[in-house]
Design a protein around this ligand. Structure first.
Ligand code: NDP
Length: 263
């Protein structure tokens, strides 16, 4: 039996085991998917091999450590230095990023997007910013600390910390911070967020499974808003396809994985 896992801190909230096991069980694949609470990202590689894993997903805050842990990086992950999926290919760890395409899948119903504000500057923000720039969107980034903004400036984004933020109109605002995941915090000061939302057409949160303070405020301002569930589904389908080396059809994976969202 092949074993897969998700690494994160926290990881107890993750729906990935349900999603991937739903595919394995219903498509009669001899595999099982579990979760691993990993506090020290530098231990990712040795833990992966100690558990005899065939593949893994990586969530907050270890996606950059996952990039470092791999022997080879393929595709979009090379562009962003952030890995959320690892496949064990004959003892070599191959790293991929499926988050950005998963997010594009999740916002298909939001039309006429050209101007996006990303709140947060971590691994998810990096992947999304690079993907949005590929679509030739105008991308702004707002982060609590200025230190992480240099990467985004170089990429071609307009960058702000809370202290120097200049309000503009945005088609979409995306919360990629972990504010609201384990706490009830806004991703930036409430007054700034209120002004952003009333000047914005759509809102999306990368966090799923709960109504974060960010989403609650978007609902209060009557902004069409989505949580991260569809993004999760999209990245999961692409990761599962990689785990199974393309032996299952993507549409079948999507159907079987979607069942787990009803559990
Ligand atoms: P990282 O740890 O790489 O980055 C976290 C970011 O959040 C940093 O910019 C950090 O700012 C900011 N931040 C953390 N706490 C606060 C706070 N209290 N107030 C304001 N800013 C804060 O995380 P990831 O990019 O890997 O993940 C971010 C979120 O996205 C997580 O909640 C994760 O669960 C979710 N996610 C969901 C996915 C899905 O499929 N739906 C996929 C991927 C991620 P600073 O630089 O100042 O520390």
């Amino acid at each position: 039996m092949q074993l897969f896992a998700i690494f994160g801190d926290p990881v107890a909230h993750s729906r990935s085991p349900l999603m991937h096991n739903s595919v394995f069980k219903n498509a009669a694949v001899d595999a099982c998917y579990t979760r691993v609470h990993l506090q020290d990202g530098s231990k990712l590689r040795e833990t992966f091999f100690a558990l005899g894993l065939s593949g893994a997903n990586i969530t907050v805050p270890h996606k950059e450590a996952a990039f470092e842990a791999c022997d080879e990086i393929r595709g979009f992950a090379n562009k962003v230095g952030v890995v959320n999926t690892i496949v064990n290919e004959n003892g070599r760890l191959i790293g991929y990023n499926t988050d950005a395409d998963g997010f594009m899948f999740s916002i298909e119903e939001f039309k006429n997007i050209k101007n996006i504000l990303i709140i947060g500057a971590g691994g998810t923000a990096k992947a999304l910013a690079a993907r949005f720039l590929q679509e030739e969107y105008h991308v702004s980034v707002l982060n609590r600390s200025a230190a992480r903004l240099a990467y985004f400036k170089e990429l071609g984004c307009e960058c702000f910390s809370w202290e120097n933020f200049e309000l503009k109109k945005y088609d979409l605002v995306v919360n990629t911070t972990s504010a609201g995941l384990k706490d009830e915090e806004f991703p930036c000061p409430q007054t700034i967020l209120e002004n952003i939302l009333i000047n914005c057409s759509y809102a999306a949160d990368a966090i799923y499974g709960k109504v974060t303070p960010f989403l609650k405020l978007a609902h209060e301002k009557n902004i069409p808003a989505k949580d991260g569930a569809n993004m999760l589904l999209g990245q999961g389908v692409l990761a599962n396809e990689l785990f199974l080396h393309g032996t299952l059809d993507k549409e079948l994976i999507k159907t079987l994985m979607s069942h787990s969202f009803k559990l």
